[in-house]
Design a protein around this ligand. Structure first.
Ligand code: ATP
Ligand code: MG
Length: 212
């Protein structure tokens, strides 16, 4: 094959083969758990991404008002403890630079502007993917990046039409922060559901214990 033909072929897909690909995996991470880590690692490995950034949401608009959220700095610290320097995975504080609610559209636009050579994609669990059409500036978000969706137990509603969704299969893990907060509040065991350093921080801070 002629050299020019070969390089044309290499660039004819959605990605330039030499382009760095980073997956953005946003969450509240209150607290981070094994499900989050396995999503990030499986997606990175399956799609051969250079990195996955676990982005801590500042004041998550979908949740504010319904319960007290642990301060972002503590959630970031727990996430860093959970990752413990794992290769290719990174805890990101990009959404903590500005106060107020964080939207995936704004975060992606900002990162695309700051690092234009990177092909950014968004990673979401299936439950989150179902709600995509309700997200801030959904019509633009839909056009702007590949969305990677991982299966999640308990989510069976149809996925939205018209989005560029890439499905990644992983072992189904019925672990949620909601359940872990409940366990920590009632003194039930969380061992093996979240990394030991996260258990130690949450316990030392007493953040999920009911306030008297
Ligand atoms: P909460 O119960 O407070 O909503 P959560 O466990 O859903 O917490 P989030 O921080 O809300 O965690 O989720 C961040 C992202 O991780 C979302 O896209 C969510 O779908 C995904 N996710 C969380 N847990 C799992 C899991 N066990 N399997 C697959 N995806 C998951
Ligand atoms: Mg959730």
């Amino acid at each position: 094959m002629a050299k020019s033909e070969e390089s044309h072929h290499a660039q004819s897909g959605r990605y330039n083969v030499t382009q760095r690909r980073i997956g953005i995996f946003g969450g509240t991470f209150d607290p981070p758990h094994l499900g989050h880590l396995i999503v990030a690692d499986q997606v990175r490995d399956t799609l051969n991404l250079g990195e996955v950034w676990l982005v801590v949401a500042n004041d998550p608009w979908q949740k504010s008002g319904s319960r007290e959220i642990t301060p972002a700095a503590k959630r970031l610290e727990m996430l860093e403890a959970a990752l413990d320097g794992a290769p290719g995975l990174r805890a990101s504080d990009v959404e903590l630079e500005e106060p107020g609610p964080s939207y995936s559209f704004d975060t992606l636009s900002m990162l695309q502007q700051r690092m234009p050579d990177v092909a950014w994609s968004l990673i979401v669990g299936r439950d989150a993917a179902v709600g995509l059409p309700t997200w801030h500036r959904a019509d633009e978000l839909k056009e702007m990046a590949e969305i990677i969706v991982v299966n999640r137990p308990g989510s069976s509603e149809p996925l939205p039409d018209g989005w560029k969704l890439t499905m990644v299969d992983m072992p189904a893990l019925e672990i949620s922060s909601t359940d872990l907060r409940h366990r920590l509040a009632t003194g039930a065991s969380v061992r093996y559901l979240m990394p030991d350093p996260v258990i130690n921080l949450a316990t030392a801070w007493g953040i999920y214990r009911p306030s008297e």
